[in-house]
Design a protein around this ligand. Sequence first.
Ligand code: GDD
Length: 310
Amino acid sequence: MRVLITGAGGFVGNHLIKELSKRGHEVLAGTLSGDITSKICQRLEFNITESYQVEAILRDLKPEGIIHLAAQSMVKHAWEYPLETVQVNTVGTIVLLNAVKKYLPLTKVVCVGSSEEYGLSAKTGKPLTEEDPCMPQNPYATSKFAAGLIALQMAKRDNLYVIHVRAFNHFGPGQQLGFVVSDFASQIARIEEGLTESVLKVGELSASRDFTDVRDVVRAYALLLENEVKPGIYNICSGVPRAAKEILDFLVKAAKTPIRIQVDETRYRLSDVPVFIGSSAKVHKAVAWQLERNFYVSLTETLDWWRQNI
Ligand code: GDD
C-alpha cells in the first residue's frame, strides 16, 4: 500500500517509516522540516495547517492509507504555546480530513491522539478503556481530544474511514528531550562523558504512566491501517503502571558512574494525574496486537542510544 505519514520527521515517524517499509509498504514521508535520513521513503515537505499544501499532496500522490502523526507533542510546551498547539494538533487534523474528503474519501486515516485525552478519568487508577469519558486537563490534551472528536464527527457525516488511536506514553531510541526517559537517559550519558557534574535533575517521581516501546506502538499503527477494523477509538498501551521513580532507579543503576539525584521544581507539571494506565483489550481483539518488547531492554537501548548520540 502507498502510505502517507504526516509528521514523519519526528521520533515516532522515523520508527514508523522503518516498520512500514519492512512490511512492504511504499512510504511517503511528510514533514514540515524534520530530518528524514531514511532512503527507504519519499520525503515530502509540507505544513499540515496549510490546506493548499495538504490538498496538493493528496491530489497528486494519492496515498492509499494515511497515518497522521504531525503534532506538537509536548505537554509542557503546550502550556506555554496553547495557540500553536491547537493550530497544529486540532486545526491540522481538520485540514487533513477536509483534504481527504475532497480528494480521497475512501482512504483510511489513522489519527494519532493521546491517553492525555482521558485526563481526570484516570483518577480512579483503573485501566482506561475507550468507553471512559474524556476530561482533558491541559491544552495539549484538549487539542488532541478536540482533534479526535471532530475527526470522528466528520467521518460519520461524510462517510470517511477514520481510526483515532489514543497512544499512551512511548519511548525508545531517538526520542528527543522533554520526555521522561530521554530526559533521564541523556543526563546520564552526559555525566558518564564528564560533560556535566554528577547530578541528575528530575521532576515529579511518584506519578505512574503506561509506557510502551515506540517500536511496539508503530506496529499497532501499521496493523490498524492494514486490517479491516471498525472505525473509532483504539487505545495503544501496555496496561502496566510504571512510576518515573522506577525508570530513574533502573537507569541510575545502569550508569557507569555514581550519580546524585536533585529535584528540579521547574520540571513539575501544573496538573499531574498520579496514575495513568490503559486497557489495550480492544486493539488486541481487533488486530491481535500485543507487546513484543521487554520494558527494561528498551530502557537500556534508549540509554545506549543517548551514549552514542550525546
Ligand atoms: N519530561 C519529564 N522530564 N517528565 C518527568 C521528569 C523529567 O525530568 N521527571 C518526572 N517526570 C514525570 C512527568 O511529571 C510525568 O508524570 C511523567 O514523568 C511522564 O512525563 P513525559 O515523559 O513528559 O510524558 P507525558 O505523560 O507528559 O506526555 C507524553 O505522553 C502522552 C501520552 O500519555 C507525551 O509523549 C505525549 O505526547 C503523549 O500524548
